[in-house]
Design a protein around this ligand. Structure first.
Ligand code: ZN
Length: 320
């Protein structure tokens, strides 16, 4: 989400090998994923525009595997992560299922209590490449639905779906603490859990007319306590799968304001990604400040679809 205040991040320059990832993704998909890929492409092509949201509904086939594609750069938003606390709640491991033995850490962005703890969340923490605020408040829709409520709701739905697949799920926060955690702690929780995959859930706070979702991938960073080099490739794989399945489950188009229609953006300024030692991505599910996107984000039925898309992407990644 968006960063309120000092956290606002200007768009970054695009990374070069733009089309290469596409090729890789296509190759990876070959078997079985064709349907998903086709859907993704169709939606992706339209992506500049707008509305995608309900349009493209795509058939939901659970078979496919990988989706999308491409490159990156960044945005405005927020993605940040915040960090975490000790409290993460772990789920009871399911007895069985394809994800049995897999650990997924879900990081619900922000915390509904952050608004009342500005001093605490404004303190700086080290993210390897520099320092950044411990956490941010997150954005809201124009009608006041807070991102921090959205992230928790989607995360809980996602947890249920993953547990049904047999995964062990841990949260960085579940509204069980007054604020935070800080972004460095959020990263640490995934690392210490030796998570097989970590997803940080957000919604953006961009301008009206800016629509659609995007998945944020870690760029290659090797500075201070940050060394993302080992997780860049697996995180991209995870992110591409989530993006593809998100399109299928929600019918939403990739962002029309970052990512060149691919729904993928790479950033090197997010502590939650820089400090991760396990595959991790962020997803900005939509733009809370756009009325059409807000109508989706405030719908429980849509949030269920969003959770389904993210769950399918994670499942595809972990089964591969
Ligand atoms: Zn956010």
């Amino acid at each position: 989400m968006s960063y309120v205040g000092p956290d606002f991040d200007p768009p970054q320059p695009r990374r070069s090998p733009l089309r290469r990832p596409l090729t890789v993704a296509v190759a990876a998909v070959v078997v079985g994923a064709v349907a998903g890929w086709g859907v993704w492409q169709g939606v992706g092509d339209s992506g500049g525009g707008d509305d995608g949201s309900d349009s493209a509904a795509v058939p939901q086939t659970r078979s496919a595997t990988t989706p999308p594609v491409s490159p990156d750069p960044s945005t405005s938003d927020d993605g940040e992560d915040k960090a975490a606390s000790p409290s993460g709640s772990a789920s009871a491991p399911a007895a069985t299922g394809p994800l049995k033995g897999k650990v997924v850490v879900i990081d619900p962005g922000h915390n509904p209590g952050n608004f009342q703890h500005t001093t605490e969340i404004n303190r700086k923490v080290n993210i390897g490449t520099g320092s950044k605020e411990c956490d941010t408040t997150g954005t809201t829709t124009n009608d006041g639905y807070p991102e921090a409520k959205f992230t928790l709701d989607v995360s809980r739905r996602l947890r249920t779906l993953l547990e049904q697949q047999g995964a062990t799920v841990k949260f960085t926060q579940d509204e069980d603490r007054d604020w935070g955690p800080c972004i460095d702690e959020r990263a640490r929780i995934g690392n210490e859990a030796k998570a097989d995959a970590v997803v940080s859930i957000h919604a953006d706070g961009s301008g009206a007319g800016n629509r659609g979702f995007h998945v944020i991938l870690p760029g290659s960073v090797n500075e201070g306590d940050a060394d993302t080099r080992p997780i860049v490739a697996p995180s991209r794989d995870l992110g591409e799968r989530i993006a593809g399945y998100f399109v299928r489950a929600t019918g939403s188009a990739p962002s029309n304001y970052v990512g060149d229609g691919t729904g993928l953006v790479t950033r090197e300024d997010l502590g939650g990604l820089n400090l991760s030692t396990v595959p991790k991505v962020f997803i900005e599910c939509g733009n809370m400040r756009d009325s059409k996107d807000a109508a989706l984000l405030t719908s429980g039925a849509w949030r269920q679809k969003a959770a389904r898309g993210i769950s399918d992407g994670i499942t595809s990644f972990l089964k591969n």
